[in-house]
Design a protein around this ligand. Structure first.
Ligand code: 5RP
Length: 215
């Protein structure tokens, strides 16, 4: 599977143009993209990173990491996903970086999602849906999610996000209305962000393989 991730990550370099500031996601597939980006680092103007993990990898390659507040809108964002449906709607947040990922996706004109074939699904929700919560609201949000969806939120114990928050993973969803569920869960007080990328899906999906498939 890591070979498929590598092929997807390397294919995404096709979308990087000279002088761009590139939004960079998080995860093992993105790590291959970062390594490929390092080979053309002199052609780009810098990056905006979605996590401390990616920032470390970018800086280790000598790639500049900029503050989104100083860059303005981005042309390109490249990130992985935990699930992807036929409408390029995603579940993300397996790496607990969903909030910054969502911010950069929103700031970007083109969101290129890089996945291995196992991430493709007909209906989102087999992968437990990550929800980032303010720590004091963990139990409240869990009760609300159970009441509203009937699905089971499980605290990702021991994980604190880069923003100092906690993650609930919601098990047992079959998400037939991703935009509606994203909107509904976003309204619960204490929810920072929901790992459903449906209102703002990916624009391009690259499925790693020999050759990669571009959707
Ligand atoms: C991190 C993410 C990742 O993109 C997602 O978990 C996929 O990771 P990987 O490329 O390691 O399979 O959303 O928050």
């Amino acid at each position: 599977m890591s070979e498929a991730k590598r092929l997807a990550g390397e294919k995404a370099i096709d979308y990087v143009e000279d002088g761009m500031i590139v939004g960079v996601g998080t995860g093992s597939t993105v790590a291959f993209f970062i390594d490929a980006l390092a080979r053309i680092k002199d052609r780009i103007a810098g990056t905006v990173s979605s996590s401390e993990q990616s920032t470390q990898r970018l800086r280790a390659h000598g790639i500049e990491v900029l503050d989104l507040n100083s860059t303005g809108p981005l042309s390109l964002y490249v990130d992985g996903a935990d699930e992807c449906d036929g409408h390029k709607r995603l579940i993300k947040g397996g790496g607990a970086a969903l909030t910054r990922e969502k911010i950069i996706a929103e700031a970007s004109k083109t969101f290129v999602c890089i996945i291995d074939p196992a991430k493709r699904v007909d209906v989102l929700g087999k992968f437990p849906l990550p929800v980032e919560v303010i720590p004091m609201a963990r139990s409240l949000v869990a009760r609300e999610i159970l009441a509203r969806t009937g699905a089971q939120p499980v605290w990702r114990d021991g994980v604190t996000t880069d923003n100092g928050n906690w993650i609930l993973d919601v098990h047992g969803l079959a998400i037939v209305d991703p935009v509606g569920l994203e909107r509904e869960l976003n309204q619960i007080p204490g929810v920072v962000s929901v790992g459903l990328f449906a209102r703002r899906p990916a624009d391009v999906v690259i499925v790693g393989g020999e050759p990669p498939i571009v959707l």
